[in-house]
Design a binder for this molecule. Structure first.
Ligand code: CO
Length: 138
């Protein structure tokens, strides 16, 4: 079902400050800043050998990430993302087993155009889990 770890996502109040911190303290290089208007976030990634760190800064107050930062003003781990071959069919299989899929009234996509879905944290040990398609059909 799950084929790997895509990324661990950290919500931050200031994307540029976060990137500078990771660069100066840990020598990590941060990629270009991207915007996902649908999710209401600006994003940047640190590429590691086998997964990425995602930094997310909200761009509007009604973004779920803005709500997370209201509770955690310094930022913190927001979710982690597991890769799947096909997001829609995996979400369908999970739903059939009683797992709650968040916001599935309409399909969601990440900044690379890959189909994503989120599992309810109460159904995954308290962690918010993103599913991310890594096949062409998504
Ligand atoms: Co993510």
């Amino acid at each position: 079902m799950f084929t790997g770890l895509s990324h661990v996502s950290i919500a931050v109040p200031d994307l540029e400050a976060a990137a500078r911190r990771l660069r100066e303290a840990f020598g990590l290089s941060i990629g270009e800043v991207l915007t996902n208007a649908e999710q209401g976030v600006r994003l940047a990634y640190v590429d590691l050998a086998n997964a990425r760190i995602e930094l997310m800064e909200p761009v509007r107050p009604d973004s779920p990430v803005a709500k997370f930062l209201a509770r955690n003003p310094k930022g913190g781990i927001h979710h982690f993302s597991l890769t799947v071959d096909d997001t829609a069919s995996t979400a369908e299989d999970l739903r059939a087993q009683g797992i709650r899929i968040l916001g599935d009234a309409r399909p969601q996509y990440n900044v690379a155009g890959q189909r994503i879905a989120f599992l309810h944290p109460d159904d995954f040990l308290g962690a918010l889990v993103e599913l991310e398609a890594h096949s062409a059909k998504g």
